[in-house]
Design a protein around this ligand. Structure first.
Ligand SMILES: [Zn+2]
Length: 475
């Protein structure tokens, strides 16, 4: 009956022109419609699956959906969706939760043929597993115990089981199975199987994106935070160990989330720091190298770099490497050099822009950006009067010649998106600019960096204090 009413409602929307109107409205707002699917099955498989039919789209319906998306929507990769840009076609993102084997057998080929990108969220601890999730197991037991149960009756048992702690729930299902003499290994089901890695690898090679859905589908709000942090890290490491590139997408099992859980997801088990050039940071990095830092999780990118040959004393990279690699167990591959040796500087900037995405997500969110301040008010290589100051559509750009060299630099958008900005200002020649920076003077390049997530460290001479004026800290 409910299904019939849904059908009538859809017919009404389409027939009255309201569907067209709603779609146009969304398109004009620059909305991104995220279609979250789980499974696609043939009618025959849908008859025997233990998954709730709410999670299943029939093969024919899916083919029709693909055709519709191809003709009427702009389907983009999850990371490329930019809400707020009104386009000529409605923007849409296509995702699949859980990592069911039918994502390969039923979904992959039609979407590949239609050239539509999509993302699958997998649980790496239960890959290639037959009946890996408890709702299917519970349904299987219930059906064996009572073959005439209505789907709505099964659903209400599943809903009740959702309220229990995982251990208690598993115990209930096991007891029920025992009561009906059902052996544990008879849970096997070819239809309710998750993807094996070999299929995941093949799909990734063809451009399919994979994200984490926790290790084994834990509801993130019902496990302790310490367990969640471990799970997030383990699931990410497992996915990255099996696939190429960083796992930057996450989907909350069952859709449950909390503010705290969101922060844990955002932290994602790595620390990405952008470092500026100059003498002061070398001293800072040298000191940092002696600290107890989990270097295996630290990734260093460059704030800016002069266009000069490899190994040149003018290159910030040369000093960055010398300060860190020789003194700290930081893996060399975790310092990401701006590719200034590429003759076409625009493509060098684009290459680094893409590299930032692979390290820190799309758009890249850096954990820390370290900045200095020049006597002329520049920061990074955002120098007074250079058109680079107005770049807002890229995270890495090329500057004009400044102090004898072109440079690559991070731009305001990526700097201002950082979780923390650390200013390090030293020397008496910085006094006037230090004061203007503190006052938020937007007429100097440094003044246009947002201050809400910034910490400003200055020595006494830069802060304009005379020696012996007391032990006041400037921050
Ligand atoms: Zn799920």
């Amino acid at each position: 009956m409910r299904r019939f009413l849904h059908y009538c409602w859809a017919l009404f929307l389409a027939g009255s022109g309201n569907l067209w109107w709603a779609k146009r409205n969304l398109r004009q707002q620059g909305a991104v419609v995220v279609l979250m699917l789980h499974r696609v099955l043939s009618a025959k498989s849908a008859n025997v699956t233990n998954s709730s039919l709410d999670m299943v789209v029939l093969r024919e319906t899916f083919r029709a959906l693909v055709d519709y998306l191809r003709r009427h929507c702009e389907v983009v990769r999850l990371g490329d969706a930019r809400p707020g840009l009104a386009g000529s076609r409605l923007m849409s993102v296509l995702t699949f939760d859980d990592g069911w084997s039918d994502n390969y057998s039923e979904v992959f080929a039609p979407l590949k043929a239609a050239n539509l990108p999509f993302t699958i969220f997998i649980c790496p601890a239960v890959m290639s597993s037959e009946m890996p999730f408890w709702p299917e197991r519970a349904t299987w037991v219930l059906r064996k115990a009572e073959p005439n149960l209505e789907p709505s009756q099964i659903n209400s048992v599943i809903e009740a089981l959702k309220g229990l702690w995982p251990a208690a729930r598993d115990q209930h299902i096991a007891r029920l199975a025992q009561a009906f003499h059902l052996e544990d290994d008879s849970f096997r089901s070819e239809i309710d199987r998750t993807l094996p890695w070999v299929e995941v690898t093949e799909m990734q090679a063809a451009g399919v994106q994979f994200g984490s859905h926790t290790c084994r589908h834990s509801i993130v709000t019902s496990i302790p935070m310490s367990e969640l942090r471990r799970d997030l890290k383990d699931s990410k490491v497992a996915i990255e160990g099996n696939l190429l590139g960083e796992c930057v997408a996450f989907s909350y099992p069952n859709g449950n989330w909390s503010q705290e859980a969101r922060q844990a997801v955002a932290a994602r088990g790595r620390f990405v720091m952008a470092v500026s050039g100059g003498h002061t940071p070398w001293v800072m990095l040298r000191a940092l190298a002696d600290e107890d830092v989990p270097w295996a999780s630290v990734h260093i990118v460059q704030v800016d770099e002069r266009v000069a040959p490899r190994g040149d004393a003018d290159r910030n990279l040369t000093h960055l490497r010398a300060s860190l690699l020789e003194h700290a167990p930081l893996p060399a591959a975790q310092i990401y050099a701006m590719p200034v040796e590429i003759p076409d500087l625009q493509s060098a900037a684009a290459k680094y822009d893409a590299e930032l995405k692979s390290i820190a997500g799309t758009p890249p969110v850096l954990d820390l950006v370290h900045l200095g301040l020049g006597p002329d008010g520049h920061t990074a290589s955002l120098v007074p009067g250079d058109p680079v100051l107005d770049v807002t559509d890229r995270d890495v750009a090329v500057t004009g010649v400044y102090q004898g060299r072109n440079r690559l630099t991070l731009t305001y958008p990526v700097i201002n998106r950082a979780r923390l900005i650390l200013w390090l200002v030293t020397g008496i020649e910085k006094v006037p600019m230090y004061k203007r920076l503190q006052a938020g003077d937007q007429s100097i390049p440094a003044g246009r960096v947002l201050q809400n997530n910034a910490v400003l460290l200055a020595d006494r001479s830069a802060a304009g204090e005379r020696a012996g004026e007391g032990e006041r800290e400037t921050a």
